[in-house]
Design a protein around this ligand. Structure first.
Ligand SMILES: CC(C)(COP(=O)(O)OP(=O)(O)OC[C@H]1O[C@@H](n2cnc3c(N)ncnc32)[C@H](O)[C@@H]1OP(=O)(O)O)[C@@H](O)C(=O)NCCC(=O)NCCS
Length: 229
């Protein structure tokens, strides 16, 4: 999907997921197709999606360190090495009101190995990284998401996104935003699956902003009209 200032309003699988979703204070598990096909053992891989907690910091740092350079560039929009342990400790110490995070943890039906294979964080855009300025009440939260390379395209990103939408609705947050490369087809497809989303250009032709209205949230303002230049 290319750079565009068009609005998109689509029927939503994310919305359907949200309708059936777990409470975001709970853990939801999903069975996924393993990256290595033809496993001969009986253990079905299970992904648990839940809120991040402080004990996840080392596993989260390992997850980000293992991301391929191309995915780390897509996630952090540049040459960042990604968050180290200290930054991951901060990412795992959310106040559950102004910021939140979810992890996808790999396990099996009979054993958990605790490997993080996906992470989504919701953070206030108070550092000016996004074009969308936060509301006076700090309600504009930015999504950052990454899935381990060998676990992509198995619906894990969609589950994490549904958890984020649920959490935002539960907390009365009207819209979320994300900043991504204009040629990042994967995340644009994922985020545009929300019932209402709009893709807007930024001053950098290579970067776009996605604004997502939270299903069930309070935001009644026109899409794309929140603090854009
Ligand atoms: C973007 C990302 C999080 C998607 O996670 P995922 O678990 O692979 O996504 P899912 O399997 O849940 O798929 C979600 C949708 O995206 C589509 N999709 C996934 N990867 C895609 C790709 N490479 N190209 C095109 N579409 C893609 C899927 O087909 C699906 O859409 P559909 O249900 O309409 O078919 C993952 O690709 C990633 O981690 N990328 C690197 C980091 C990044 O770009 N972060 C975004 C910046 S914040």
């Amino acid at each position: 999907m290319g750079r565009s200032d068009r609005s998109e309003s689509r029927s939503s699988t994310a919305g359907r997921d949200a309708a059936n979703a777990f409470s975001t204070s709970q853990t939801m598990t999903m069975t996924v197709v393993p990256p290595t096909r033809g496993r001969s053992d009986h253990r079905a891989p299970v992904i648990a999606v839940r809120r991040v907690d402080a004990a996840d910091a080392p596993a989260l740092a390992t997850f980000y360190a293992a991301l391929p350079d191309a995915d780390r560039r897509r996630r952090f929009l540049g040459t960042s090495r990604g968050p180290g342990l200290h930054s991951c400790e901060l990412l795992c110490s959310n106040d559950h009101v102004h910021n939140e995070g979810f992890v996808a943890i790999l396990g099996t039906t009979d054993e958990r190995d605790g490997r993080v294979v996906g992470h989504l964080c919701l953070t206030p855009d108070d550092e000016g990284n996004a074009w969308l300025a936060p509301d006076a009440d700090g309600q504009a939260l930015e999504i950052g998401i990454a899935i381990a390379a060998d676990w992509q395209r198995r619906g894990i990103g969609r589950r994490l996104f549904a958890a984020a939408l649920d959490w935002a609705a539960e907390h009365g947050i009207g819209s979320l935003c994300a900043t991504c490369f204009a040629d990042n087809a994967a995340v644009l497809r994922l985020l545009s699956s929300a019932p209402e989303s709009v893709i807007v250009p930024t001053c950098d032709p290579a970067v776009v902003q996605v604004e997502i209205r939270v299903p069930g949230g309070p935001d009644e303002r026109p899409m794309g009209a929140r603090g854009l230049p």
